[in-house]
Write a protein that binds this ligand. Structure first.
Ligand SMILES: Nc1ncnc2c1ncn2[C@@H]1O[C@H](COP(=O)(O)OP(=O)(O)OP(=O)(O)O)[C@@H](O)[C@H]1O
Ligand SMILES: [Mg+2]
Length: 484
């Protein structure tokens, strides 16, 4: 046993019984400490309020003087601190098989109760070992509840942080509607299909659904179905057993198992190969996965949110996507319209990202002239909110305190060029590039990033500065990359 002390508040109005309680626990007095003794309910409540975290256990006589006693007192104590454990001692007048009495006590929140020994037994209040063991058990329960409360508090704080950092910004009817839909469906387990163009916020919405659902303490597992080679997708999703095939010297946990009790986010669902579609359908129908190399099935409870920037109905018509799977995934459809169809959101989003990113970069937030803002509202934003966010980031690089229409125009001109080239010049796509050694992947990244920065800049010197390089180094590295 460690030297943890169990601190007790005793509520007892008869001297004789106070003595009997103390004597009963005497062999354990180094471990069980009676911190205070009071004779009525109100003084007990006052003390608990004052010394809230000091008591672990309340031992209370059921029949005390004063108004505040019995079940009512138990409930009051539990309201103050639900983890405090209450042991009730009652007079012998209670019938030993009065189950209703016992039931009411427990219902009110008592941990245990016992009937006092008759008054002619002067030494003990109750069979001493039983009494002491009950105190220890009550203490264990108190610790468990406190731990649980603490970790829930931590989790809730983390979840609130996640939600605060992934807030859905916007004032349009569309966004308001979206927020209502999220509230409405988060707590149910229905599968949701989110559709909308690239950069409209589909993943953001999926996060919000998960972290507002009852599954929020469990994993949220995002998977890009277009980002995993066809021949690997099944083993990624469902895993395999050790020895399932040559080379499988260890088993692999599938992402579905990892998402058990939580949410799986199947991004770019239209890219899922047909054979994996069949398996996915089976998981949804049976709630079981078939691991490669295993004959019996593994139960999983997973909510599926999928997303697509294609019109999945067309994929179904063209027989590239299974119709039965489509209906299983599309129980609740959520459509996110492009930014140009919700112009009211544009200035709000710009201001939001200006605030957020300028704080991150430690810069003063610039103002945007009204006519410049109008230009931004008239722009079509083909890359939607993602493009807008990148735009704000670039804007902050310019260190301009008052942004004019001309500046916006020249940046947007670049933006259009950028968006149309974006696939080839700016994004390093691990899948398209193949699985290369780090050095080679770094070279590809450097090349693209150098090109990108140079396009953003008016001169080599400016590009070098943006990259944080001395001009001679910039020149040498560009040469090495074959850019000069
Ligand atoms: N309404 C919004 N409020 C705040 N941020 C948003 C909003 N919509 C999108 N974003 C931000 O824009 C970026 C793109 O959003 P997200 O990744 O969710 O888009 P997507 O629809 O999944 O795009 P894709 O189809 O290309 O995968 C993210 O940084 C996201 O946080
Ligand atoms: Mg996405």
């Amino acid at each position: 046993m460690n030297n943890e002390k169990i601190n007790v508040l005793l509520i007892e109005d008869e001297e004789f019984d106070v003595r009997r309680v103390m004597n009963t626990i005497k062999p354990y007095e180094s471990k069980i400490v009676i911190l205070d003794v009071v004779s009525d309910g109100n003084s007990a409540i006052d003390l608990i309020e004052k010394r809230k975290n000091e008591y672990d256990i309340v031992i209370m006589d059921f029949q005390i003087a004063g108004g505040l006693r019995g079940e009512y007192l138990i409930k009051k104590i539990k309201e103050l601190d639900f983890s405090l454990q209450i042991i009730v001692i009652t007079k012998m007048t209670i019938n030993i098989n009065d189950y209703e009495f016992a039931h009411n006590l427990l219902e009110a929140g008592a941990f245990w109760y016992c009937t006092k020994y008759p008054g002619d037994i002067e030494e003990y209040i109750y069979q001493p070992t039983d009494f002491v063991i009950s105190i220890f058990n009550a203490f264990e329960r108190r610790k468990l509840l406190k731990d649980k409360f603490r970790s829930n508090q931590k989790l809730n704080k983390n979840i609130n942080d996640v939600l605060a950092s992934r807030k859905i910004i916007g004032v349009s009817k569309v966004i308001e509607n979206l927020r209502n839909q999220i509230d409405k469906y988060a707590n149910s387990n229905v599968n949701i299909l989110i559709s909308g163009s690239s950069g409209t916020g589909k993943e953001l919405i999926a996060y919000n659904i998960h972290y507002r659902s009852l599954r929020k303490y469990e994993n949220f597992v995002p998977i890009n179905c277009g980002g995993i080679p066809d021949q690997l997708i099944e083993s990624e999703l469902f895993g395999y057993e050790k020895g399932a095939f040559t080379g499988a010297d260890k088993g692999k946990l599938g992402l579905f198992e990892f998402a058990h009790n939580g949410t799986i986010f199947l991004d770019e669902i239209s890219e899922l190969p047909l054979n994996a579609q069949v398996k996915l359908l089976r998981v949804i129908q049976d709630g079981e996965i078939e691991k490669i190399g295993r004959t019996d099935k593994t139960k999983v409870d997973v909510r599926i949110i999928s997303a697509t920037n294609r019109v999945l109905e067309v994929e179904v018509k063209e027989k590239r996507f299974r119709e039965d799977l489509f209906y299983r995934l599309n129980v609740v459809p959520i459509y996110v319209p492009p930014l140009k169809e919700r112009v009211e959101d544009i200035s709000v989003l710009i201001n939001h990202f200006l605030d957020e990113i300028s704080i991150d970069m430690g810069k003063e937030k610039p103002t945007i002239q009204p006519s410049a803002m109008k230009t931004l509202e008239e722009y079509s934003w083909p890359g939607n909110v993602r493009e807008l966010k990148n735009f704000v980031q670039r804007l902050l690089f310019y260190d301009e305190s008052n942004v004019s229409t001309e500046q916006i125009n020249s940046m947007l001109l670049f933006s259009q060029k950028f968006v149309s080239n974006t696939q080839s010049t700016s994004v390093v796509n691990f899948v398209n590039e193949g699985l290369l050694p780090l050095k080679e992947m770094e070279k590809i990244f450097r090349e693209k990033y150098f090109k990108y920065m140079r396009e953003l800049s008016d001169s080599d010197a400016e590009a070098a500065k943006k990259l944080g390089l001395a001009p001679p180094n910039y020149y040498r590295m560009s040469k090495e990359l074959g850019l000069k």
